[in-house]
Design a protein around this ligand. Structure first.
Ligand code: RRO
Length: 311
């Protein structure tokens, strides 16, 4: 039984990766992921310069997942680009380089630096950070997405993926797909956290994180059905050459199986990887393998996208 998969021309021996932002901000954390059973790693979304991020407390675990308003704390693009150049292909694994500029200009500046570098892997442009006060999520403004992709693809010739926010209406699925289908996007990754949720502690009668009055991005059990809907709806609308990474609510082999049924080529684990650390990749690989064995599947291709509907 093989858990191997592919995004564009890039092969992965295992479809499981970390989600950007979770235990991937330092080279020590990234090395641990590359030394685990994960098929590769994704770096914390980078800005052109290092950032401290929002004030703490800025992340809180709950019984159903977590809420975060980290505010893009990261070591700056140079740090992650250097790691990505040095480690691409290590242990046969890909390093995906995530970037999240605070403006179109910052994104273009970072893409120019990556274009000029020796990095030959996948770059993931994050258009969906919900936690910067005063900045809305680019992924919800389809004309802004078109503008950034028009600029980017005028010079960026390396493979590019996009991290998108969750969409909730069929108008949104149609609208974003119409834009993306006009560009040579290598993959999309859905979903980022569900933005601007609010967790309330009735005991203290208070919010649980400090930034933005307590509003923050939701991950974990809260988001799995929304993530599956986005994988499925976008698989039904995007050109077949555009691959899909499914992210959202994965904590077991069964959850991965569901994402692949909806059409995911790879999957990423955020909240649950935060809770469990790198042993999660071995555990979930075994769980998924056991499900495939029971069902008689030898490869992911045999059931990818084959979700049934009710006649
Ligand atoms: O750093 C964050 O606050 C953050 C980012 Br960039 C993101 O894309 N998604 C998220 O939940 N948090």
């Amino acid at each position: 039984i093989s858990l191997a998969s592919q995004i564009g021309d890039y092969k992965f021996d295992n479809l499981l990766l970390n989600a950007a932002g979770i235990r991937c901000a330092t080279t020590e954390e990234l090395d641990k992921i590359l030394d685990s059973d994960a098929g590769g790693c994704v770096t914390k979304s980078a800005t052109p310069e290092p950032r401290k991020g929002n004030e703490s407390p800025r992340m809180k675990a709950t019984s159903m997942g977590c809420i975060n308003s980290m505010g893009l704390p990261n070591h700056g693009l140079d740090y992650y680009l250097k790691f990505a150049e040095a480690n691409q292909g290590k242990n046969g694994k890909q390093v995906i380089l995530s970037i999240a500029g605070l403006s179109i200009d910052q994104n273009i500046e970072m893409l120019k630096k990556i274009q000029a570098s020796s990095f030959a892997g996948l770059t993931e442009l994050n258009l969906s950070c919900p936690n910067i006060a005063g900045k809305s999520q680019v992924g919800y403004d389809f004309e802004a997405v078109r503008d950034v992709l028009t600029s980017a693809f005028s010079f960026f010739k390396k493979p590019l993926g996009l991290k998108l926010p969750p969409y909730f209406d069929f108008n949104q699925f149609d609208g974003i797909a119409e834009v993306l289908n006009d560009f040579p996007v290598t993959y999309i990754n859905v979903i980022n956290s569900i933005g601007n949720g609010l967790v309330v502690d009735p005991e203290t009668e208070s919010v649980v994180i400090k930034p933005k009055g307590g509003f923050g991005g939701l991950g974990g059990d809260y988001v799995k059905p929304t993530a599956l809907a986005n994988v499925r709806a976008l698989r039904q609308r995007l050109r077949p050459e555009i691959s899909i990474i499914g992210t959202g609510g994965i904590k077991s082999g069964k959850d991965v199986f569901e994402h692949v049924l909806c059409g995911a080529n790879l999957v990423q684990i955020g909240t649950a990887f935060g809770f469990d650390g790198t042993p999660i990749f071995e555990r979930i690989s075994k769980e998924l393998t056991a499900i495939m064995e029971k069902k008689g599947y030898k490869t992911l291709d045999e059931f990818r996208g084959k979700l049934k509907t009710i006649e």
